[in-house]
Design a protein. Structure first.
Length: 408
């Protein structure tokens, strides 16, 4: 199943249409920290605001300006480039004063303070969003409360959003090639496979040259802003070794591809259970929202009141070699999706490439502090939807339910 064909929970309600991210500032997201810096320690925490810049690019620029190694920079989550975002990062080997003095295009520092530990992925409660939906009729805002009530009462489908799958939508395919140790296919996907509808003209030429076997011409054609692709291609030209070229790719990027594969499998399993995301079955691994612990459901009727109170929810897999599997019908659904992709948890055990333990993820989450407004500004009419979601959940998964068009 394609990520763009996922079923809606609120399918009986027509959407309001519209578009998002016409302007970066129309999509605002701010991290909600799990804890505050204590004021002392070797690490400097800082909240940065960026616009039109990816998290990785922002970290690279900040590290370069402060002469701090990427190994000494921590972050709790990744934020979209096409947005106005605020997130907390940590650095060692610098001072709060040096961080506050940074002056970088499209990046500003809101505050800086010391703390005792490095910030790690997942060290945040969640994110607060405020999103302007444009090309809509502002009076349609009155149609949204019934849909939002369902999404708050039954839960929002906890799909991974399209940004998880990359600019060309092929991150999961890259992850599958990495898992299979199919370096030739991975390089074809990364450096070849031109798509005139997605790629800029120079990149189309470069990709075509790569697929034609003319690596030098591909290097000449790839635009300078394709730094990763150029680096991998340079390594391939120099070594003539596909594995060496693949392993030259930053580990964070390779992990992102494997995560996209996990995410695609999760989305497909959630799609099969969309009508019952607010019910547990015998054999389900239920998720406790208060602490993230999971347990096997032995009697669905006994657990039903807790599901209705949103204390627990059914889960799906972020597949890995140590991930706990459910029983009964939930197990059968998961195994069917894995088999469709010729994957098992053991495929995620290969040392040195993609050793991934796996984890359970709730099939639904509850949007908090939902607010609606509508109006007209200098750029036209809009409906603004503000809400908070737990860490790891995608605003676009809520927006697609109310818009009924796939956000870009």
């Amino acid at each position: 199943m394609d990520v763009m064909q996922l079923p809606y929970l609120t399918h009986e309600f027509p959407g309001i249409g519209g578009v998002i991210k016409q302007r970066d500032e129309d999509f605002f997201v701010q991290e909600i920290p799990l804890y505050e810096p204590c004021g002392e320690g070797e690490h400097v925490y800082a909240e940065i605001q960026k616009i039109g810049v990816s998290t990785f690019d922002a970290l690279r620029r900040i590290g370069s300006a402060l002469r701090v190694s990427s190994r000494d920079i921590g972050y709790a989550g990744l934020k979209d480039a096409r947005a106005l975002t605020r997130q907390v990062i940590s650095m060692s080997g610098t001072t709060p004063e040096a961080v506050m003095a940074l002056q970088l295009p499209d990046i500003s520092v809101q505050w800086a303070a010391r703390h005792t530990n490095k910030l790690r992925m997942g060290h945040l409660w969640g994110n607060r969003f405020a999103v302007k939906i444009r090309q809509v009729n502002p009076t349609d805002v009155v149609r949204l409360p019934p849909m939002l009530k369902i999404l708050q009462d039954r839960g929002m489908p906890n799909y991974f959003g399209e940004q998880r799958f990359g600019r060309r939508g092929d991150n999961a395919l890259l992850g599958a090639a990495l898992i299979a140790a199919d370096d030739q296919r991975l390089l074809h996907l990364l450096l070849g496979a031109p798509n005139p509808n997605q790629d800029q003209p120079d990149a189309v030429d470069a990709r075509q040259s790569f697929d034609n076997g003319d690596l030098e011409a591909a290097m000449q054609s790839f635009p300078r802003n394709f730094g990763m692709e150029r680096g991998v291609l340079s390594r391939l030209i120099k070594t003539k070794n596909p594995t060496a070229a693949v392993m030259s790719i930053d580990e964070k990027i390779r992990r992102l591809w494997v995560s996209a594969l996990q995410s695609e499998l999760f989305n497909q399993i959630l799609a099969r259970r969309i009508e019952s995301i607010d019910r547990v079955q015998i054999g389900d691994l239920a998720y406790k929202h208060e602490n993230g612990a999971c347990f096997v459901v032995e009697d669905a009727s006994v657990e039903s009141p807790r599901v209705q109170r949103f204390e627990i929810s059914p889960t799906g897999p972020m597949i890995g070699y140590r991930m706990t599997l459910p029983q009964g019908e939930p197990f059968a659904i998961e195994q069917s999706v894995f088999a469709d992709h010729s994957l098992t948890p053991e495929h995620f055990r290969l040392d040195g490439r993609h050793k991934v333990k796996g984890v359970r993820r709730p099939l639904r989450v509850q949007p908090k502090d939902v607010e609606l407004s509508a109006g007209v500004d200098n750029h036209g009419p809009h409906i603004t939807l503000a809400f908070a979601l737990p860490a790891g959940c995608f605003a676009t998964s809520l927006l697609r339910e109310v818009m009924k068009v796939e956000p870009s």
